[in-house]
Write a protein that binds this ligand. Sequence first.
Ligand code: C2E
Length: 536
Amino acid sequence: MRGAHSLSKLFKNIFIAWLSCTFVFSIVAAFTYVHQKETAKSNLVTVASRIVSDINKEFVVVDDTLKHAIHLSPNCDPEGLHHMRRLVFENPGMSEIGIVDSKGKLVCNSFGQLTPPVNTSAPIKKPGLRYYGPIITDYLELPAFVLARTRDDGYEVNVLMPDHWLKSMLDISAHHNTDFAALVDNSTGVPVFLNGKYALPIRQKLFPTANSRAVEGLFDDEKVKFAYVAAIPSLPQMSLIIAKNDEQLVSLGWLWLVLWSVLYCASWVGLTLLLISYDKRQLSSKTQILRALANDELFNVYQPLVNAEVPSIVGVEVLIRWRHPLEGVLGPAYFVPEAERDGTILDISIAQVENAVRDLTDILVAQPDFKVSFNVNGLLLGSKRYIDALLAAKNQISSLTIELTERDVLTQAQTKTVLTELKRAGIEIAIDDFGTGYSGLQYLQSFPIDLLKIDQSFVASIGLDTLQSPVLSAVIDMAEKLDKKLIAEGVETQAQARYLKSRGVNVHQGWLYFKALELPQLQREIGKVLDNKRAA
Ligand SMILES: Nc1nc2c(ncn2[C@@H]2O[C@@H]3COP(=O)(O)O[C@H]4[C@@H](O)[C@H](n5cnc6c(=O)[nH]c(N)nc65)O[C@@H]4COP(=O)(O)O[C@H]3[C@H]2O)c(=O)[nH]1
């Protein structure tokens, strides 16, 4: 049964660790994915801008060449021929310069006069640089395209650019994972030169276009792509379009995947171990407390409640200590909060009540109205076992008090019923650390409360000019009006004791009189008092 329980706890921890790691890693992975995708898009835009800048530079050079060739004679005279050949020689991107007459006949080119002239199309009467193509020339037998300008005399000067020059510019293999790159006609979107497999977006109209822009979505090859269209400033008829498939934008290398998986598994295992060790720690704190209880390492100390008028010991507050085999005597702050969390406070408190009855038997016989006060919290009030232990103790302790904080009174649903039952059995109900809670005071009327223990901080403020100073006086007035008994906690000086007595608060608890005493010390102190009484 115990084995099955531990196994189910182990699986629970593994599951919680898996869930947490998966959640965190999914969020990190999503952020990384989005970030990588955005970076890849902006890289593609940078690549496109760089290619356009390179192409543009070449086109500007070509355009300058065409502008220089504006006065060349169409008769192919030796001087003109020499000039044309020099221009071709100086620009490796150009294969040939030609002159076309106004009727569309190529009359002369950098190779010489053409007889008969070759028929081409008549020059368009428009200023500026323009292109046409792609074409295959008879003598080059290479695909090429033409850049041209029409002169004022109606002749056209043109330059033949072979495709291999563009190929080097648009080499997509040089740009990691690019799907295609193309120089396209701006009005039709038809590629003049293409590297890769050309596709256009299905739902968005890209052409005609005049400006640079990005598009993303489904393309007509049924793939989701990101594409960037970049205008070429020197040739407004043409643009560059460069695209990447969605899956190419974020490419996770295997090393990255391995690292990510290792990190994920390590975090999962780490978190599982952490949860197991936390469980063990919980378990061990519980086991330790229960073992301490079984070994009688937990014991009561008793801090006397003093009637300051006489003075005499009229009762005690029962406080817990742990004689730890390694750490020495530990105060409640070291283990009570842990015991409250893991539930062992119930076993501790029942044992405490039983020990107190046993410890104080002689004193109770000698002084039957001796007040014995226990610290109780909400959890204890909800336990029938504890209530039964208190009721049983009441048979020996006629003046039995329980101390609760305001929080314990107000946060437990069943408190009122239990307190009424205890009160009916003759148990006195006290509010501990009174004045430190932030709730209203109506509960003092509606709950069966007999006694208020004024918190140490208010007692400490006596004679000082602090914020608490006026509160103490108000608490004393209010207790009198509501007919509640008062005990002052933490009385440390004669001045505090004098003031409290002057205000009618006569039962004191504090180091001025006694610290918490172990049983033999308490018995000695009570013995002294009894001896004094007898002597008197
Ligand atoms: N500075 C100063 N301190 C004084 C003076 N007179 C008394 N004290 C300390 O004030 C605390 C009074 O107990 P509390 O308010 O019920 O506060 C208690 C109570 O809330 C809790 N506690 C102690 N024993 C038990 C127990 O057996 N069961 C439960 N549930 N809680 C306990 O631990 C708290 C602290 O207990 P202790 O460490 O024993 O500390 C005790 C006591 O030693 C004084 O003149 N000056």
